[in-house]
Design a protein around this ligand. Structure first.
Ligand SMILES: [Fe+2]
Ligand SMILES: [Fe+2]
Length: 149
């Protein structure tokens, strides 16, 4: 199921959902890191996890500036279809990376929508565009490892 994140009408709702999505992605990356045998893949995925956590901080700062308390974790709200519980049950490096590819398809879609949000001021739009660049880089790297580009 494709994510609905990015379709929110209010900026606050959009930012809250994006932050949840980024926490969910970071948790899924950690679950993947725990399962992967390939040490070089583990190192790269640790960097991607940090990118997602940085996104939660950047977007959280914006949300705080709007008077809202940002989410502090993914909690029980599983935003991604291949969340940490699914990833933790997978065996084989390719299967794990394939699951993360599915997750990154969702983060890419969410950020592609978010950069178009009519209420986003230029500073936030710039943050979202940098975020989208990160998400595209994550997806490209995974596809390359899986021999798809
Ligand atoms: Fe992100
Ligand atoms: Fe990502």
């Amino acid at each position: 199921m494709a994510t609905m994140v990015g379709t929110e009408s209010t900026l606050e709702g959009l930012l809250e959902d994006l932050i949840q999505l980024d926490y969910d992605a970071a948790d899924a990356y950690q679950a993947a890191i725990n399962r992967l045998e390939n040490a070089s893949w583990r190192t790269t995925l640790a960097n991607f996890k940090e990118d997602h956590l940085r996104h939660t901080r950047e977007l959280g700062d914006t949300l705080s500036g709007m008077g809202r308390t940002p989410p502090t974790g993914s909690d029980l709200k599983a935003v991604l279809t291949q969340g940490k519980v699914v990833i933790a049950g997978l065996a084989g490096d390719d299967a794990i990376l394939e699951a993360m590819r599915t997750n990154e398809a969702d983060t890419n879609t969410a950020y592609e929508r978010a950069v178009q949000h009519p209420m986003a001021a230029s500073a936030l739009r710039e943050t979202l565009e940098h975020g989208l660049d990160d998400e595209r880089r994550h997806c490209d790297w995974i596809l390359k490892q899986l021999g798809r580009n």
